[in-house]
Ligand binder design. Structure first.
Ligand code: NAD
Length: 313
């Protein structure tokens, strides 16, 4: 089998790159040959834009293997019209995102970032009153979205802290929730009213834009935490800012902002009860290796005339 000419347009983890070199005929992002699009038979992309114009310059292209999940940087309709397969790596980063949710929940509940900032400024006594937090043990978690990430978050919090898990996801069933030991709620409001920790893991769609605005925030417990690792516009950031300013929530943490990369002048960053991270959910060595090697595996499957595992089109 002659290894297929594969362009890797964005830097990938060295372990995954070595894996790719052993299996495919690689042209790396640093190689001058990367400018000669016409020889590419396969590509691996992270954020590189596979536009119609670029695709047109690749007459031999058979597969676009996305390193990651979101395929908004690929012109799917045009790739489809050209008979090009597009794959992604939907399972490679879910554990990293779920672990970030747990980290943010503990951070908010124990005010770790705020405590660190106070220590850096200088403290006069131990255990200052304003750093009093709460335990996650036996609390109620509300999952908005029970897909890959939401399910993992529920499992981890239940196993580690014996939490009760409520679910709002109109597209999941009661029996799926029951199987996981979770409780399906028909109503988003019920989840917001009863949960101590609310975690959002839904796609950004017209239905989820501003899913959490002033009304929804007003339903949450005053001692609750809100975490969003999905997409920025799912939460109305202005409304969240007002709720945090007025201490209507215990805390909130966001890994995805409406405008990215997030500005250091974002109003939410002035709130001591807020933690922001720069879309860092999937950014672990483990996930990066998995995303890279799984993208390579899809190309190898195509090369061997096998079915790809995560075919989008
Ligand atoms: P998934 O597709 O497995 O799950 C999404 C779930 O949301 C599904 O169960 C679906 O039924 C549910 N859903 C859809 N619309 C809903 C609505 N209106 N209300 C409630 N539930 C709804 O996706 P996933 O892998 O769990 O990822 C979730 C999101 O996390 C992604 O869409 C992406 O935006 C985000 N993400 C972020 C990072 C990061 O680095 N922060 C990394 C990967 C994914």
């Amino acid at each position: 089998m002659i290894p297929i000419k594969t362009f890797i347009f964005d830097p990938i983890d060295p372990v995954a790159l070595e894996y790719a070199r052993k299996r495919l005929d690689i042209v790396e992002w640093t190689n001058k040959e990367i400018e000669n699009y016409s020889i590419a038979e396969a590509v691996i992309v992270r954020t590189f834009k596979m536009t119609r114009k670029i695709i047109d310059q690749m007459p031999n292209l058979k597969i676009i293997a996305k390193h990651g999940v979101g395929v908004d940087n690929i012109d799917l309709d045009y790739a489809k019209s050209r008979g090009i397969i597009v794959t992604n790596t939907p399972h490679a980063n879910m554990n990293s995102v779920a672990e970030l949710v747990i980290a943010l929940a503990l951070n908010c509940a124990r005010k770790v970032t705020f405590a660190h900032t106070m220590v850096k400024k200088g403290v006069e006594k131990n255990s200052p009153f304003e750093l009093a937090g709460f335990e996650l043990q036996n609390k109620t978690v509300g999952l908005i979205g029970l897909g890959r990430i939401g399910t993992l978050v529920g499992w981890k919090l239940k196993a580690a802290f014996n939490t009760k898990v409520l679910v709002y996801d109109p597209y999941t069933t009661e029996s799926i929730c029951k199987k996981e030991g979770f409780i399906k709620c028909e109503d988003l409001d019920q989840v917001l009213k009863e949960s101590d920790i609310v975690s959002i893991s839904v796609p950004f769609t017209k239905d989820t834009e501003n899913l959490i605005s002033a009304r929804e925030l007003s339903l949450m417990k005053k001692n609750a935490i809100l975490i969003n690792t999905s997409r920025g516009k799912i939460i109305n950031e202005k409304d969240l800012y007002h709720a945090l300013q007025q201490n209507k929530l215990f805390g909130a943490a966001i890994d995805a902002f409406a405008e990215e990369p997030v500005s250091k002048d974002h109003p939410l960053l002035t709130c001591n009860n807020f933690i922001g991270t720069p879309h860092n959910g999937a950014n672990t060595k483990d996930a990066l290796i998995r995303m890279g090697t799984e993208a390579v595996d899809e190309i190898v499957r195509l090369m061997n005339n096998e079915e790809t595992l995560s075919k989008i089109i």
